[in-house]
Design a protein around this ligand. Sequence first.
Ligand code: SAH
Ligand code: DHB
Ligand code: MG
Length: 223
Amino acid sequence: MGQERWTEVDEFITRALVPDDAELSAALRANAEAGLPQHDVSPAQGKLLHLLVRLQGARRILEIGTLGGYSTIWLAKALPPSGRLTSLELDAGRAAIARANIRRAGLEGVVEVRVGPALETLQTLKAEGVPSFDLVFIDADKPNNPRYLEWAVALTHPGSIIIGDNVVRDGAVSELSNADPNVVGVRQFLEDIGRHPRLSATAIQTVGIKGYDGFVLALVLPP
Ligand code: SAH
Ligand code: DHB
Ligand code: MG
């Protein structure tokens, strides 16, 4: 069983369970036309994020790593009208493409994309006294994941959920001698989550059109 089979099954799952959405499809087309790397979550994964927002009743979402805003739109579409999503992106060109996709989806009043290194923007958000977030999606530069985790805990409350993408990396996460900074970052991230007294978590391995990877899902506990 390999990639071809995983893709066929993912496409079946998507046809059966994930209705076509004109704005989400338009965002993927715009991203491809702009030459962005295809690092967006898959449709089935986007739907999972969307359902988690609804199950959680989340009103305030923080996303770290916007790219062209594909996951952003999935998350934001699940918010109530009063909901807000803040998404952090290093690259101004990517943020501009994301903002255009978000506007086309009618979500410009819901989503704010902030440009800059996320660690700096997170400091700014704290200095501004931002209210805590109900859900955080971490999907940017993996070597910084342990630091993003500390920020996510600081900017959430008991009952919030923290989700991380790309935590399996084709299985490399379990190769203890693997020195790729992305692998080292996600392994540390998972170990920090597991040891954290205020988090209860698990990870799921995923296969599909994006290959073999995974999500980590953590619930923030009371102090
Ligand atoms: N969440 C998106 C994919 C994000 S890809 C989706 O699923 O649709 C990861 C993004 O993180 C890239 O666009 C990259 O430019 C951004 N990124 C990398 N380093 C960053 C940093 N230090 N701060 C903020 N964003 C960063
Ligand atoms: C990469 C990053 C991602 O966030 C992703 O979902 C897939 C790939 C990457 O940097 O290769
Ligand atoms: Mg990702």
